[in-house]
Design a protein around this ligand. Structure first.
Ligand SMILES: [Zn+2]
Ligand SMILES: [Zn+2]
Length: 244
């Protein structure tokens, strides 16, 4: 239930910076003023984003009504979890989201799927906060909702742990797309570059990109791959020479 205010509040605050402090905004935008979206584009984006907040809520309420609120996804006990448990759940959620979002996002970039689903999210090559949830409804479910919700739901965490984690993740999504270069770790530049160049920086934290080598623009170009292979071969040749 906190999903909508958890995202809409920070997204609105980032947008208000554009309106109330235009000079500050210009100084801190990652991409140039010429590349920023128009207000017509922003308004268009906000309509789909709001729609993506309404339909999951309707499904959730119908499900809850149908099961008479017996099939609660999270523990709603009045006994609150300890700080240690909350921190553990938070780290678990971060890592599970990093792994699941990375593979879902990579799959959405597959040439046979991209044009039908993920291309919509990439409409804005210069992102702004509301663009975080400008997505095809299927993508919204598998990339935005499930990686945040499912791991902690399967683990059976207390609702308080999930609340703290999801509020953080939703702020992170708005910050990642805000187009601003401040108050973000890892920096928003990572996902901004994904919107500008498409096939780079797929994961939220950058850990999975580092593991798979997808954190460099051009990783998928044959020349770059050849370069990587030859460097690896040079290393293995050097190792075999050392053994002799
Ligand atoms: Zn994005
Ligand atoms: Zn993408």
């Amino acid at each position: 239930m906190e999903y909508s205010p958890g995202f809409l509040l920070p997204a609105t605050l980032y947008l208000l910076i554009d309106v109330l402090f235009p000079d500050f905004s210009r100084r801190h935008k990652i991409q140039s003023s010429e590349r920023q979206p128009t207000w017509i584009e922003i308004r268009h984006c906000m309509f789909l984003t709001l729609f993506n907040h309404i339909w999951p809520l309707v499904i959730y309420l119908l499900f809850a009504y149908w099961t008479e609120f017996q099939q609660a996804t999270f523990i709603m006990d009045s006994k609150l979890p300890s700080l240690k448990t909350i921190v553990f759940d938070f780290v678990f959620g971060l890592l599970a989201c990093e792994v699941s979002f990375y593979y879902v996002h990579r799959a959405l970039h597959h040439p046979s799927i991209y044009a039908y689903i993920h291309k919509k999210h990439h409409k804005y090559t210069t992102p702004f906060s509301f663009a975080a949830e400008y997505a095809h409804p299927f993508e919204h479910l598998v990339a935005n909702v499930l990686p945040i919700m499912l791991p902690l739901a399967l683990k059976g965490t207390h609702f308080l742990s999930f609340f703290i984690f999801s509020v953080f993740e939703l702020w992170e999504a708005a910050a990642d797309h805000s187009g601003y270069d401040f108050l973000k770790l890892p920096p928003a530049e990572l996902h901004d570059l994904h919107h500008a160049k498409f096939r780079v920086n797929y994961s939220p934290l950058g850990l999975m990109d580092w593991i798979h080598g997808t954190d460099v623009v051009g990783w998928d170009r044959p020349r770059y791959r050849r370069k990587r292979v030859s460097l690896w071969q040079m290393g293995s040749r050097r190792r075999s020479c050392d053994r002799r």
